[in-house]
Design a binder for this molecule. Structure first.
Ligand SMILES: C[S@@+](CC[C@H](N)C(=O)[O-])C[C@H]1O[C@@H](n2cnc3c(N)ncnc32)[C@H](O)[C@@H]1O
Length: 300
């Protein structure tokens, strides 16, 4: 859709969209067609550090080459304030997954920086990061309140992305173990721990269920478990392992009320009762909502 302005996006996107339209028109770049599976440019993803002003622009193409990439960089540099990074990703598969496997930085640095509270985060192109930094701080403070840490607890932060919740909790916990499936994000998480001088957080790459099972086998368990899954919610296998581990508390962070309700019903059957709920408006002016639930182990 040919929009000049989108009210729910960061205003900097306006100059990015305008620049990419100019590039597409000047250099006749074909847009990928989902029906015919033909064309070049598939997706544009932007990242803006609300608190740092850093901007990253990512273009995903079907083709190995991004035509006239130097010209694109020139146009973006001319128009986009705070541009720190331009990244080209190749995805030639027939899929609704946005990113392909090959990523190349074509201008600037590999990462942008964002700050939440007094914590700094370096974020790579393919790492998940919450899209609304202002409300993310509200969300994370509430996670900390629901976790109610006394400094003696082992905490598992599952689906941890770049380790942002882990690092938020680490200063109040004995140790935090973060688990995340995207390797680059775990790399960022480790780097972010060092950047913030946090030494009691460890991060593991892997599927949440399998990785927690391996940790549990090694005798590592959690007093408090945080889960922040994608929209499809948690795998039942993971919920079973968490229940076996018998943590006192679970804090569930969800962006999809439907899968949240499904998982809470299952956990309720398995002795974990939801005792507090807090919605957070992470996506203002949309029908979406982030929801935070505190669950406590029932007396068996
Ligand atoms: C909603 S994000 C939460 C990230 C992080 N907690 C935050 O606040 O930025 C969900 C994360 O789960 C990761 N993920 C998806 N499926 C996974 C799985 N099966 N095992 C582990 N991580 C997974 C995604 O890559 C993404 O980083």
């Amino acid at each position: 859709m040919d929009l000049d302005y989108c009210y729910i996006q960061h205003p900097i996107n306006e100059s990015i969209v305008k620049s990419i339209k100019e590039y597409v028109e000047c250099y006749n770049v074909n847009i990928y067609n989902e029906t015919t599976k033909k064309g070049v440019l598939r997706n544009i993803i932007t990242g803006v550090g609300f608190n740092t002003g850093d901007v990253m622009v990512i273009l995903v193409t079907k083709t190995k080459e991004l035509p006239f990439e130097n010209k694109l960089v020139e146009i973006l540099r001319k128009n986009v304030l705070g541009l720190k990074s331009v990244v080209h990703n190749v995805n030639n598969k027939v899929t609704n997954i946005i990113f392909g496997e090959k990523t190349k930085v074509i201008f600037g640095s590999e990462k942008i920086e964002e700050q939440i509270g007094d914590l700094k985060f370096n974020i790579s192109a393919q790492s998940f990061f919450q899209i609304n930094t202002i409300q993310t701080k509200v969300l994370y403070e509430k996670v900390l309140e629901f976790a109610d840490l006394k400094g003696l607890e082992n905490v598992f932060d599952l689906y941890c992305g770049t380790g942002s919740i882990s690092l938020f909790l680490a200063r109040k916990a004995k140790k935090v173990y973060g688990v995340e499936i995207v390797e680059k994000a775990v790399h960022d998480a480790k780097e972010n721990a060092t950047l913030n001088q946090i030494a009691n957080a460890e991060f593991y790459v892997g599927e949440a269920g399998k990785t927690v099972e391996n940790l549990y086998r090694k005798g590592i368990t959690a007093d408090v478990v945080i889960v922040d899954p994608p929209r499809r919610g948690c795998d039942q296998k993971l919920l079973d392992i968490i229940v076996n581990m018998n943590p006192e508390k679970i804090v569930y962070v969800s962006c999809n009320p439907a899968t949240l309700a499904r998982d809470l019903a299952y956990l309720n059957e398995k002795s974990y009762k939801a005792i507090e709920v807090q919605p957070v408006d992470l996506f203002p002016h949309t029908s979406h909502v982030e929801t935070l639930i505190k669950l406590r182990r029932k007396n068996r």
